[in-house]
Write a protein that binds this ligand. Structure first.
Ligand SMILES: [Zn+2]
Length: 267
């Protein structure tokens, strides 16, 4: 079984949902992508019914607060489980070297505890490759204008035919990333707000985009399934319907605008 568990779906300053982060579960093992901005990650993992011992790795896209601070709590949790002999595998943390150093330093400083050597920090940069949970990851430097940020293209081969899943972190697709996105079976893309609301939320000032833009880009690049996240939270009740409608003005594939804790079954 292959599925996404959306632990959070909001942008940095949301108050009605958690910050964007999720797990990709393949054959009963998961990798967590970002961890949101704090201790709420523990709540989201518990509410989603995830078993920490099945989460094998964490991938940190970049060092903004809404993505990396929750990682300190993830490491605290996993470190405790390892010390209690409740987590027996190695736990791997992937990300830019400077961000991993930040995490290591802050875990020791803030938690006043040493990290087990069963937690392995693996520096990664654009074009690096690794295999995790049976998925082949190719790392993408998304060419952020703000701070170096990573995305990935994952190829999953343990089903009838290979399937590609691309994540672009929390920024729109840069021209240099189009080759990675082209013909993807699944694309996870930010959509900060609706085009209709751009004068309210100013997505372009923060190098974000709208549901309309994400649909346009996904159609141009031949994507089959589009997941939109990292949104504002002014109308969560109608978010899925409105964002889907707007993305579909340009995009002919399937659109998913998940709520927090929603599970998107892929296979
Ligand atoms: Zn963000």
């Amino acid at each position: 079984m292959l599925q996404l568990v959306m632990l959070g779906t909001g942008h940095a300053m949301v108050t009605k949902c958690y910050n964007t982060c999720f797990t990709i579960e393949n054959d009963n093992e998961s990798i967590m992508i970002d961890a949101g901005g704090g201790n709420g990650i523990l709540t989201q993992v518990e509410k989603a019914g995830l078993d920490w011992s099945k989460i094998r790795a964490l991938f940190v896209t970049h060092a903004h607060t809404d993505h990396i601070l929750g990682a300190i709590w993830v490491l605290r949790k996993v470190n405790t489980l390892i010390k209690q002999n409740k987590y027996t595998e190695f736990f791997k943390v992937y990300g830019l070297a400077e961000n991993l150093n930040y995490l290591k330093y802050n875990c020791v400083f803030l938690l006043n505890d040493s990290l087990s050597d069963h937690i392995q920090f693996i520096p990664t940069f654009g074009e690096d490759k690794f295999t995790e949970c049976g998925m082949e990851f190719e790392i993408i430097n998304i060419n952020s204008t703000k701070q170096t940020q990573l995305g990935f293209r994952a190829v999953i081969r343990n089903y009838d035919k290979p399937l590609t899943l691309v994540c672009l972190g929390d920024e729109p697709c840069h021209q240099t990333c189009e080759e990675y996105v082209k013909d993807a079976d699944w694309l996870l893309s930010e959509a900060f707000c609706l085009r209709n609301d751009k004068e309210i939320f100013h997505p372009y000032e923060k190098n974000h985009s709208t549901a309309y833009d994400a649909g346009l880009m996904a159609e141009k690049l031949g994507v089959k399934n589009l997941v939109l996240y990292h949104t504002e939270d002014s109308d969560l009740e109608n978010r899925a319907r409105k964002y889907t409608q707007e993305a579909m003005q340009n995009f002919k594939g399937n659109v998913f605008v998940p709520d927090d804790l929603q599970v998107i079954r892929i296979l």
